[in-house]
Design a protein around this ligand. Structure first.
Ligand code: ADP
Length: 982
């Protein structure tokens, strides 16, 4: 199947592939562009077909060939041919005799008769001139069968089959001249013989073969020619191109002359065969059906050969065999074999083989075509779907911007403050922008890059809010928001003052510590307001994941930057005030320590180059002001605490709470409930009772809740009574005291005359809702706190101590009693949910008390012989700490001496084994708690004197406070009263 290739076929498809072997019929057309150079490279070259499609004289040229050696007038092939070529516009009889010129023997008589008739017709034609013969009718003399000596023309690629056309190129001028001469002599015949392969050359490319032909001469040429060839009519000569029409089979017998090669030939005829032979019939049917199949599968041949297939059954067997062999893509050797085969059955078989091969090739071609088509259509489909998807997304607003729009957006973002962006960040942004362009929009990495760029470009690089260093204004703002807290406020003012002198403010860490509800968070907010900084709060309570602070690496799905970067994005400035809440409740991370991450964030030494894992570029947090809040300082990791400036807010005493309630909480609650000041009157006694009996804790959050509760109830009451404001209440407008009511007609004294009374509506000033101690419980329920004092006065063995909790200070009793007495029974039982430290201090107290007893009353064997029990109520509350040491000793001694301690006495202080008193914490809270329990005398360790003296006057007021460094003094204070009395 050499030389058969799909491409060539594809080219030919625009023409008529079935004729591509030079088969005569051709559609009528007007292709004037005669590119004949290539046509010999392949026997079924399309250009050859073009030649035949050309109109005018060319068509006439062909006609003689058609007429020579004609046969049956009703050859179906001819009918079809004439349809296609338009030859039927000439006389049908002319056309009828046109096609297969090489006739089998059995048809010879027919053809001869026809030829004679034709000859007569030609003779009757008056004009026999050259011009006429060349353009219209070639005289039938000499007849082809008379040609016994012919020019031998080598054909390079395929043998010429009877009935088919073939163009050849004759380079040899002598041969060309001889051909022209023979045409002139009106014997336009030559022998076309297929060239054998060159035994010397291994290459058989078409150009090589062509070259060989031109070089071969005489005997050499003869040796290279197949013996069996075809008598060919010289149809036309155009330059060096000669068009041959095959007629009948020839066999070279001998050489006549060398230049040009002229040979003697025998006209060989097919072997006689039986037309009714079943095998021949069957074979020919198979050829036909195969031909049909090929035509069916091969889209190239289909359309054009249809006409022939309709009539294929009418072919004679030899012709059918020639037709099949000529049109299929068999190689030259196989084709030559068919040509040489004179046994019709064998010839049909050979043709059938070729056809079957052809069919296989057709099938392969089809699958190849299908596969390629599928691939192309698959790709096209994909493209189309993608385009549709894009359009849909755009429509839905899911993806409004493509890559370039995205980069434009990012560039636009950074453009205004490009100079402020640090160079290393700018570089990363540029790199990412380039990367974005290279990535497939649907890939996951594209999204990662897009999000990353989004974060990088949205951060407020170098964008600072103008700070306000006005100390007076700041003081005003702080006072507006909070009562008291003078030390906190003072510290803030210092900070502002430094900022003013330096011109810039520096990031610092302030830690506000204190019980809940004392205003730590809200003062943070006020500081931000005073400094004109943006405020951002995040709570680190229970935070265990370092990534919350440092961000995730971008490789994780759903990676996010840390809180600090989120904060900068949120606030839009690089110098916000960041409130880190509950820093003492920081969790312990299983992977990484959040405290260390916070340290990196907060430490002024490190945070100028804070590295967030997601952002992957350092950011400068040195201008950020950090404020942390904590309930208990001890719980803050030490390295963090080290870098903080702790300001503790101890909690408020009743007095302060009253102020806060009156000046801040009530106002906000009233405003929130839409109640005017004139409508309500909460008496001082009620407020005091509320604070004393409902809200004893250190902070004011609960107080705030209770006040809100009161005001909500008042609002409901007012609405229930039908008091509807004339227009939506505008708080604190005194003119709006008039309330419209339809009900209150019984208070004529309140009646205000309206000039025009169109309705029954009357405006009256409703009586104020009064809240007093007596009706307070209607609003806030029964008091939750009962007096902390459970003894009045304290019995023997009971002493009041002072404790500190994260909720503030409180008083507690230490009770001791004797379990049993007896020689050597001395011992101590301890209960009351005490921690290890407190248990130890009870043991110490026992020892110290025994020692003191020994000194004071050497004969007293109480401790040696008594089994004692020490208890600290309330039993459900866990307690710990060493500060109850002195209280325990006093309690034990009181029991030993059977003498109660002085009335309204409370004490606190750690005791050593030798009886020295060590300092304690929470002086303010403890003092406040003592006042609440109506304690009059307090004993503090000497070392805490300064703490106490720093307390506000109103806290210290009216208290008898003693500072001691040795237990002896406490003994004096607690039991000395007796002596005086005595
Ligand atoms: P914390 O953070 O210490 O738990 P908050 O800051 O949340 O407490 O304060 C609770 C409420 O108490 C806030 O509404 C706050 O305004 C109010 N508050 C606390 N202290 C004061 C104060 N000194 N003056 C006015 N209001 C206060």
């Amino acid at each position: 199947m050499k030389g058969f290739d799909t491409n060539l076929r594809l080219q030919a498809s625009s023409l008529s592939p079935e004729f591509s072997n030079g088969f005569l019929p051709k559609r009528q057309g007007s292709v004037n562009n005669l590119k004949l150079r290539n046509c010999h490279s392949r026997s079924f070259s399309p250009t050859m077909l073009k030649l035949f499609s050309s109109t005018g004289s060319r068509a006439h040229h062909l006609t003689p060939a058609i007429r020579v050696g004609s046969r049956s007038v009703d050859s179906p092939l001819f009918k079809a041919l004439s349809q296609l070529t338009g030859l039927n516009r000439r006389s049908t009889s002319l056309g009828h005799r046109a096609f297969f010129c090489s006739e089998p023997t059995d048809a010879a008589s027919d053809s001869e008769a026809a030829a004679e008739a034709e000859a007569k017709a030609a003779e009757s034609d008056s004009d026999g001139s050259d011009s006429k013969s060349s353009s219209a009718i070639v005289p039938t003399n000499p007849r082809p069968e008379d040609c016994l000596t012919v020019l031998a023309l080598p054909v390079p690629h395929r043998p010429l089959f009877p009935g088919f056309y073939m163009p050849i190129y004759v380079k040899d001028p002598k041969v060309l001249a001889a051909l022209q001469e023979s045409r002139r002599r009106q014997a336009p015949y030559a022998g076309a013989f297929l060239l054998k392969d060159d035994p010397a050359a291994d290459s058989s490319s078409s150009t090589d073969i062509e070259k060989n032909i031109n070089e071969l001469k005489g005997q050499n040429l003869l040796d290279r020619l197949h013996e069996v060839g075809t008598l060919a009519q010289i149809s036309s000569i155009q330059g060096d191109q000669v068009i041959l029409v095959g007629h009948r089979r020839l066999r070279i017998t001998e050489m006549v002359s060398e230049e040009p090669l002229t040979v003697k030939v025998d006209h060989i005829k097919d072997k006689p065969f039986d037309m009714d032979d079943d095998v021949i019939k069957a074979t020919s049917f198979e050829v036909i059906s195969t031909l049909r199949d090929v035509l069916k599968t091969s889209s190239l041949w289909r359309d054009h050969v249809q006409t022939y297939t309709q009539h294929i059954g009418d072919f004679t067997y030899p012709r059918l065999a020639d037709f099949g062999a000529a049109i299929c893509g068999a190689n030259r050797h196989q084709a030559q074999e068919v040509l040489e085969e004179l046994d019709i059955h064998k010839r049909l078989r050979l043709t059938l083989e070729l056809m079957k091969k052809e069919m296989e090739i057709s099938k392969i071609q089809e699958t190849i075509a299908k596969a390629i088509e599928e691939k192309i259509s698959g790709e096209q489909r994909r493209y189309l779907l993608n385009e549709q998807l894009k359009a849909i997304k755009k429509e839905l607003g899911v993806e409004t911007d493509d890559k370039s729009a995205l980069s434009a957006k990012f560039k636009e973002r950074i453009e205004p403050n490009k100079e402020k962006i640090p160079p290393h960040v700018l570089q990363v942004i540029e790199e990412e922008l380039t990367k974005l362009q290279l990535l497939e929009a649907s890939s996951s990495e594209f999204n990662v890059t897009r999000n990353y760029l989004d974060w990088l470009t949205i951060l407020p690089w170098g964008n600072y809010s103008d700070e306000n260093f006005d100390v007076v204004r700041a003081q005003q703002i702080l006072d507006e928001d909070h009562f008291g807290l003078s030390d906190v406020k003072e510290r803030i003012l210092e900070f502002i003052a430094v900022g003013r002198l330096r011109g810039t403010s520096q990031g610092k860490i302030i830690c506000l510590s204190g019980p809940p509800g004392v205003g730590k968070t809200s003062i943070g907010r006020s500081i931000a307001r005073a400094l004109n900084r943006k405020f951002f709060r995040f709570s680190v309570g229970g935070l265990a994941d370092v990534a919350e602070i440092k961000g995730h690496r971008r490789t994780y799905v759903g990676a996010m930057p840390g809180k600090m970067v989120q904060c900068l994005k949120n606030v839009g400035t690089a110098n916000p005030l960041v409130l880190i809440d509950e820093i003492d409740k920081l969790g312990r991370g299983h992977a990484g320590d959040p405290a260390s991450a916070l340290l990196e964030l907060l430490d002024p030494e490190q945070n100028a180059n804070f590295l967030d894992h997601y952002l992957d570029v350092t950011i400068d947090l040195s201008k950020v002001l950090f404020v942390c809040t904590a309930n208990v300082i001890d719980m803050i990791p030490n390295p963090l605490l080290d870098r903080m400036e702790v300001i503790s807010i101890a909690g408020y005493i009743t007095d302060e709470k009253v102020h806060i309630a009156r000046d801040y909480l009530e106002k906000t609650a009233r405003g929130d409930c839409g109640i005017k000041p004139e409508q309500v009157d909460v008496s001082d006694a009620a407020l005091l009772s509320l604070i004393e009996n409902y809200c004893r804790e250190a902070g004011v959050r609960n107080l705030q809740k209770q006040i809100e509760k009161i005001y909500r109830k008042i609002a409901l009451k007012l609405v229930r009574e039908g008091v509807v404001p004339e227009e939506p209440a505008v708080a604190s407008d005194p003119e709006e005291a008039e309330i419209v009511t339809k009900l209150d007609v019984e208070s004529p004294e309140n009646h205000v005359d309206e000039p025009k009374e169109e309705t029954q509506t009357e405006k009256i000033a409703v009586e104020k809702v009064m809240i007093d101690e007596s009706n307070l419980s209607d609003y806030v329920g029964k008091p939750v706190f009962h007096a902390e004092k459970i003894y009045e006065p304290t019995p023997v063995g009971v002493v009041m101590g002072l404790a500190w909790t994260s909720m503030g200070g409180s008083t507690l009793y230490i009770e001791t009693t004797v379990v049993e007495e007896g020689e050597g029974k001395g011992g101590l039982n301890i209960t009351g949910q005490l921690g290890d430290v407190m248990k130890e201090s009870a043991q110490i107290a026992h020892t110290v008390a025994r020692k003191i007893m020994l000194e004071k009353e050497p004969e007293n064997q109480f401790f040696a012989n008594s089994k004692l029990h020490l208890h600290v109520p309330a039993g459900a509350t866990p307690k710990d700490g060493p500060s109850a040491g002195c209280t325990m000793i006093t309690s034990l001694l009181s029991l030993a001496m059977k003498k109660p301690v002085k009335e309204d006495l409370a004490m606190t202080g750690e005791v050593t084994l030798t009886g020295r008193i060590l300092p304690i914490g929470g002086v303010k809270e403890k003092t406040i708690a003592a006042r609440r329990s109506q304690v009059k005398t307090i004993i503090f360790p000497e070392a805490n004197r300064r703490d106490f003296e720093e307390l506000a006057e109103n806290v210290k007021e009216g208290l008898d406070v003693h500072f001691v460094d040795d237990y002896g003094k406490i003994f004096e204070l607690a039991f000395g009263y007796d002596k005086q009395q005595d």
